[in-house]
Ligand binder design. Sequence first.
Ligand SMILES: O=P(O)(O)OC[C@H]1O[C@](O)(COP(=O)(O)O)[C@@H](O)[C@@H]1O
Ligand SMILES: [Mn+2]
Length: 632
Amino acid sequence: MDQTDAKTKYFHLLAAQYPSVQDVCTEIINLQAILNLPKGTEHFMSDLHGEYEAFYHILNNCSGVVREKVDLLFASTMSESERSELCTLIYYPREKLKMTRVDGKNSPAWYRFTLQCMIELAKMLSSKYTRSKVRKAMPKAYAYILDELLHAQPDEDNNQLVYHDKIIDTLIGLGGGDAFIEALAVLIKRLAVDHLHIVGDIFDRGPRPDTIIEFLMGHHSFDIEWGNHDILWMGAAAGSEACVATVVRNSVSHHNMDVLERGYAISLRPLTLFAQRVYSAYDDPNEAALQAISVILFKIEGQIIKRHPEYHMEDRLLLDKIHYEAKTVHAYGKDWPMRTVDFPTVDPKDPYTLTPEEQAVLADLKNAFLESERLARHIRFLYETGSVYLCFNQNLLFHGCIPMNEHGQFETLFVDGNACKGKAYMDATERVARRAYFGDRDQSSLDFMWYLWCGSKSPLCGRIVKTFERMWVTDREAWVEPQNDYYVYCQQKASCRMVLREFGLFGDFCHIINGHLPVKVIRGERPVKGGGALITIDGGFCRAYQKTTGIAGYTLIFNSHGLRLMSHQPFKGKEHVLHENGDMQSQSEVIATAPKRVLVMDADNGHAIRERIADLKELMRIYQTEDLDGRV
Ligand SMILES: O=P(O)(O)OC[C@H]1O[C@](O)(COP(=O)(O)O)[C@@H](O)[C@@H]1O
Ligand SMILES: [Mn+2]
């Protein structure tokens, strides 16, 4: 097909959608109006680490935005406890409605008042969107009524208001109040968060990463930047034995086997039986399993490191540096005392070879990962909706780092034998990650998935991960995990600008958004770095890390006015919210104010809309001067 044919075909398709001059005209006006609206609100979160309840609550309370708006609208007309009650109803409508029924509070007057408040709130939140967009965000069954109610214009005789009261009364009279409250709650939350970014690490440590994925599967608009823990699970699902062993090890070490066993139907029984037999010195079966899977892991890691000198990870080969009599390991020029050297399956002369039994355990585990249909569904979803990095509305999002050398330049690295750096390196790593799952799953791509999890030059990790030391070396000095120079240079504005430029982001109001590095607020660390050009939002949803961070997670919010950060206090659970109306406490801080209000025309989809307008104008010209095939 030559270009003229393609163009003709395209305009035929466009004409089918807009068959008359009037249709074209209406659409151009509509699109032009959209361009001048404020851009939609984006929320960013990262490092969720399986903490489904906290994640779900933050999505329900829209990172605290619902409460802010409720306070703004009703501070003078409702008491604080009434406002809290309303918020809880919006967060968990079904549960709260049930409680209201049980308490006998659900009188017609209660419904009327509650619905009016919710309509007010929905009106306020919808004011920055076109009517058409708001309509699309409404639950279908109620779209018509909601549309009517949200667009009430007070007239001289208050006719409209009377009409709307009638609608509400009829609804309540027909017993539809509950369903309508639920519909409004959905709409309110959807309007408050137009788009969600997850900057990595959904998996590991916490109880329910699988539920987070299921939730995201039903979410209206989001993207994911893969974290090292996500790529680890992706590698395991692709059949990398090292990734399988690491996932299992992480689950065992966090006493969190339910996700694997119940969530993904991956049985750990072969491992626990083997561990009970071979590591019988341990009374605690969990401890025995942890020893067993750790030894298996370090053996296969050793094999990978030897296969790939280009990973430069020889100093991670520690199983062959153990001094059994002295109970030490030799590393970084020193002998470090070890907690135990009782490794019944390690042959000191051939430490990296699995015993036949270990091989069998690992093969069973790997098969279970490969056979889990639910896992495959979740991992495909991560591939479909995720990437190593993303440029979105002038921001650059990635989980870890872009490897730099000690001079602060992008480090040249080899992927598939090709030298690359900066953006090209990020692209190359993503290509291998996709090949590892969708290609022929060759060993080298699978090994690279493991490298992406823990390599010091992996954009998802960027540090030397010391699992061996953290497991067995007593001196914590050996646990320190040196980081890539990116983390030094990203403190400087010039380096951040260099990174942004590499991705074609030249404007003044561009930011790097990272996860991965817990911000230790408790020690005075700040999430904003690089003279304001970089924001790290790993605030530790992960409960295991909250003692070191001092908070329970961040949400970064980017609306038409700029960027602000919400820092969240630990979540006390849904029951606490329902019974005490005790919301998660969140503090808001303005990080950067946009030089002028950011409109849709300034956002990425503004470009697409402008192109569409240009095409429609061309269609208009065609309608007025010739036919669709170009005949005058
Ligand atoms: O991406 P994250 O969350 O920093 O996780 C990677 C880190 O986790 C560790 O494996 C430790 O894990 P745990 O705290 O779960 O034991 C470190 O060695 C590593 O640096
Ligand atoms: Mn991480």
